[in-house]
Ligand binder design. Structure first.
Ligand code: CTP
Length: 445
């Protein structure tokens, strides 16, 4: 497949994805209102299907007002439209939040005694359960078996969060935060939409990520390591040399990789963002030396490494143990700098030395100048670093940093060049993973 074809992409992301939001009968049903709002505000067409028990916690009027659609729990409502079949068949995604122990049991055993369980039996799209229940119920062998059954059939059962439960209890069993469910489900929806089931052959799709679910599409099988953020080199106890990197692109890469089945290790340099749902390992570092060490320790066994972090290239030769003072008779200090290791270059050398089948991706934030264009500089950088792909951002005028959107050109070591449409950082993340996945496929052919 040519580099500039979207990998496996024939079915575009629908303009207005159809989401069935199933709501189980637990106190966390009120949190599903927030999830519903996140979906509707981002252009999803949501049909809410509460169970009868869920309507005892949050009434139909609330769901109808928030979704703008009639709501029913019952297969006998709207019979001529055969809603219990149509809902599941037409959906691009079904998400059940909260999924109670009872609902997981019914789904695992194929019950169809209300509209939601019937829709679950007719759904051919990704199905995601976000459980919420007391710790004892989550840990009971019956629930463990039901979760295992659902996962083995390709449904995604999220891990519940830990924290305050109903009453005075605390422990595992809390509904993951609505924003987390939304981010995760949106990623699953995106990755499912750009791939057809014909791309899923053999164990390619039956792969199980080590943190425990079998995604509907899992083209990113195995361990991937992503660095994110920007390093800081201390000058004195309060000052540092740093850069503008927010870490958003690296975190988007991590979230996208999780949704596509990868076992993700995220190394974050000075990033204050929450860890995306399902990231197996996160390590926080401050300086380039720490980032270097964390990368070298963790890349072992990785099928892909993406250096999205912006490491500071130089560090002060001496770090003052007291604050550098200014004053009328003090000259402005000059700072001696020493060069930091180039982590990407070392990763490439490491791969060559050990003859590893590892895809290495670099990022380059470039500006054009008298000596060359943005792409000219980037091509030279790709050759210098020796990685497989270089994601090039034109940052003239400070564009991109901290923003939720990004635009880039993807340069390949094979000479390929692909402009990626301006898009959200999460869409760009999926485009980058598409290119990594295509490289893996071409190498195993
Ligand atoms: N990089 C690295 N170690 C460094 C500097 C950069 O691993 N000490 C990686 C970055 O994570 C990125 C790629 O190299 O993936 C390009 O980073 P960039 O800062 O653009 O390149 P530099 O080599 O630092 O070149 P310059 O800043 O001079 O353009």
């Amino acid at each position: 497949m040519a580099e500039d074809e979207p990998h496996g992409g024939v079915k575009p992301v629908p303009d207005r994805p159809r989401v069935v939001l199933g709501v189980g009968g637990g106190i966390a049903a009120y949190k599903a209102c927030e999830l519903l709002r996140l979906f509707t505000e981002t252009g999803h067409d949501v049909t809410v299907v509460p169970t009868a028990a869920a309507l005892r916690f949050v009434g139909a009027a609330t769901w109808e007002a928030l979704s703008g659609k009639p709501v029913s729990s019952d297969v006998f409502a709207n019979v001529p439209e055969v809603q219990h079949v149509r809902l599941g068949r037409d959906a691009d995604l079904v998400v059940v939040a909260p999924a109670t122990a009872d609902l997981l049991a019914k789904a695992a055993h194929g019950h169809a005694d209300d509209l939601l369980t019937s829709a679950l039996l007719t759904a051919t799209c990704p199905v995601i359960f976000a459980p919420a229940m007391h710790t004892e119920m989550w840990e009971h062998p019956a629930t463990r078996n039901n979760v295992q059954t659902l996962r083995s059939r390709g449904s995604i059962v999220m891990e519940p969060a830990s924290g305050r439960l109903t009453g005075t209890d605390t422990g595992i069993g809390r509904l993951p935060e609505p924003a987390q469910i939304f981010e995760f489900t949106s990623n699953v929806l995106r990755s499912a939409a750009v791939r057809t089931s014909s791309d899923c052959e053999g164990d390619h799709c039956a792969a199980e990520a080590s943190w425990g679910f079998t995604p509907v599409v899992s083209d990113l099988r195995g361990r991937v390591v992503i660095s994110a953020g920007g390093t800081r080199e201390p000058l004195d106890p309060v000052r540092f040399l740093g850069n503008k990197s927010s870490g958003k692109q690296g975190f988007a890469l991590a979230a996208a990789a999780v949704a596509r089945g990868a076992d993700v290790c995220l190394i974050a340099a000075n990033v204050s963002l929450a860890t995306p749902y399902g990231v197996a390992e996160r390590y926080d570092v401050a300086t380039t030396a720490q980032l270097h060490d964390a990368m070298m320790i963790n890349v072992s066994g990785a099928r892909a490494v993406i250096m999205a972090a912006a490491p500071v290239d130089f560090r002060p030769a001496t770090v003052m143990d007291h604050k550098i003072k200014k004053g009328p008779d003090r000259p402005a200090p000059s700072i001696d700098l020493v060069e930091n290791p180039d982590i990407l270059v070392e990763l490439v050398a490491n791969r060559e030395r050990q003859a590893l089948e590892q895809v290495l991706v670099g990022f380059a934030a470039e500006t054009g100048d008298d000596e060359g264009t943005v792409l000219g500089h980037a091509r030279a950088k790709l050759a210098r670093k020796g990685c497989d792909l270089l994601v090039v951002n034109d940052v003239s005028g400070g564009a991109v940093f901290g923003s939720d959107d990004n635009h880039a050109v993807l340069l390949g070591r094979d000479g390929s060049e692909r402009a990626l449409d301006p898009s959200s950082k999460i869409d760009l993340a999926h485009a980058i993973w598409d290119a990594v996945s295509a490289l893996w496929s071409s190498r195993t052919r």
